[in-house]
Design a protein around this ligand. Structure first.
Ligand code: SF4
Ligand code: SF4
Ligand code: SF4
Ligand code: FES
Length: 340
C-alpha cells in the first residue's frame, strides 16, 4: 500500500495507475472537474482540477497525474482558487452566464415558472439543464459572484434539425466529452471539433447533417454533457421529473436497464440505467432512448388482450385471456408447442 497526503489528510491507496483525482474521490475529497467523466479516459482539457504537488513544477491536473507514494498534494490554496476562478471566468465569457452572478437569483429560483419554454437559452432561468448543471455546481463551489470579463454571446444557430435532440453550442464549454464518448465508447465518431481558436465548435465532419455523419442517435453525448448544449426534445422543457421508475426496456430481447422519467403521471423520457447495471452499462439504442414515451403514451396503444369471438376481436381481461391460452395449450401435444 502507498501513502499520499491530500490537503494534509493521510490516505492509503494501491499504486495501480490511480490518478490523484481517483484517490481524492475515493476518500470523499471534492476537486472540481468539468472535462472528466467516469466513463472516459482522462483528458486534461478544462484545467479545473489543477493541484499543487510538492516538488513538481506548475499546476498539474489531478485527473491526469498519477498518484505516487509519499506525494504531498494541495487542492485549494489561494493561488489555486484564484487560477480556477480565472479559468472559469474565461469559460463564462462565452456562456450565457448572467443568472449565475445575478443578485436576484434566490427569489428567481423560488418563483420562476416551471416548466419554462424559451426559444433561446439566455441564462440558467431559461436553460433545460438548470436542475442538473455541472457547470453551475463548479461555479458555486468557486464562489464566483461577479464576472471580470464581459460575456459574449456566440450567436451560433441552434440546431433543431435532428429527429430526437436539439444542440445549442452557445452553451458549449468545449470539454469534448460528447466527442470522446461518441468516438471511444460508441465507436461512431459522428462528431468532432471543427475550426480553430475562438471559433472552435463541436460539429460533424464537413458540417454534414447528423444523419449523414453516421450518428445513431444513441444519446450518449447528451448523457455526458455537463451543460445544457445537448437535450432530448421531448423532455427539454418539462423540468425535473416527479419520479423515476427503474425498469427494463421492453422493445427487444436484450433487456437494457432504463430509468423512465415520470411527470404529470406520464412517462416523459427514458434514460439509460447506471454504468454498473448491465447488460447496457449506461447506454441505449435510439429506440430505448427516445421512443418509449411515444409508444407508452400513444392514444391507439393496445392496453389489454383481445380474443376473437364470432370473427371479431373483443377486448377481454387478462384472466380471461390467460384461461383461453391455457385451454388451447392443453389441447395441443407438447412436442408441437414453441415459444418466442
Ligand atoms: S448550462 Fe448550466 S450554467 Fe449554463 S445556462 Fe444552463 S444551467 Fe446555466
Ligand atoms: S447520438 Fe450517439 S452516435 Fe450520435 S453524436 Fe451522440 S454519441 Fe455520437
Ligand atoms: S456539447 Fe457538451 S459535452 Fe460536448 S463539448 Fe460542448 S459542453 Fe462538452
Ligand atoms: S477535469 Fe481535469 S483537466 Fe478537466
Amino acid at each position: 500500500m502507498a501513502t499520499i497526503f491530500i490537503d494534509g489528510k493521510k490516505l492509503t491507496f494501491e499504486e495501480k495507475g490511480d490518478t490523484i483525482l481517483d484517490v481524492a474521490r475515493k476518500s470523499g475529497i471534492y476537486i472540481p472537474t468539468l472535462c472528466d467523466h467516469d466513463e472516459l479516459e482522462s483528458y486534461g482539457g478544462c484545467r479545473m482540477c489543477i493541484v499543487e504537488v510538492e516538488g513538481m513544477r506548475g499546476f498539474p491536473p489531478a485527473c491526469t497525474t498519477a498518484a505516487k507514494d509519499g506525494m504531498q498534494v494541495k487542492t485549494s490554496t489561494n493561488k489555486l482558487m484564484s487560477l480556477k476562478r480565472n479559468i472559469m471566468q474565461l469559460l463564462l465569457m462565452e456562456h450565457p452566464s448572467a443568472c449565475m452572478v445575478c443578485a436576484e437569483q434566490e427569489g428567481c429560483n423560488k418563483y420562476r415558472p416551471d416548466p419554462y419554454k424559451a426559444g433561446r437559452v439566455t441564462g440558467c432561468t431559461t436553460c433545460p439543464n438548470r436542475y442538473t448543471c455541472q457547470l453551475r455546481e463548479v461555479v458555486e463551489f468557486l464562489d464566483i459572484k461577479d464576472l471580470d470579463y464581459l460575456p459574449h454571446y456566440k450567436e451560433i444557430k441552434v440546431e433543431r434539425d435532428d429527429p430526437f435532440f436539439d444542440r445549442d453550442y452557445n452553451l458549449c464549454i468545449l470539454c469534448a466529452r460528447c466527442i470522446r464518448v461518441c468516438d471511444d465508447v460508441r465507436g461512431t465518431s459522428a462528431i468532432t471539433f471543427a475550426k480553430r481558436g475562438h471559433e472552435t465548435r463541436v460539429d460533424t465532419s464537413f458540417g454534414v447533417s447528423h444523419i449523414d455523419s453516421g450518428c445513431w442517435f444513441c444519446g450518449a453525448c447528451i448523457d455526458v454533457c455537463p451543460t445544457g448544449s445537448l437535450k432530448p426534445r421531448m423532455t427539454k422543457w418539462t423540468g425535473a421529473p416527479d419520479s423515476i421508475e427503474e425498469t427494463t426496456c421492453a422493445l427487444c430481447s436484450v433487456g437494457c436497464q432504463t430509468n423512465l422519467t415520470i411527470k404529470w403521471e406520464r412517462v416523459m423520457g427514458s434514460e439509460p440505467g447506471s454504468l454498473e447495471s448491465g447488460p447496457n452499462h449506461g447506454h441505449m439504442c435510439v429506440l430505448g432512448r427516445f421512443c418509449i414515451p411515444s409508444l407508452v403514451n400513444a392514444p391507439d396503444r393496445i392496453k389489454n388482450p383481445y380474443i376473437k369471438k364470432e370473427g371479431n376481436l373483443v377486448p377481454v381481461s387478462w384472466d380471461e385471456a390467460l384461461d383461453e391460452v391455457s385451454r388451447i395449450l392443453k389441447e395441443v401435444s407438447p412436442d408441437r408447442v414453441g415459444f418466442v
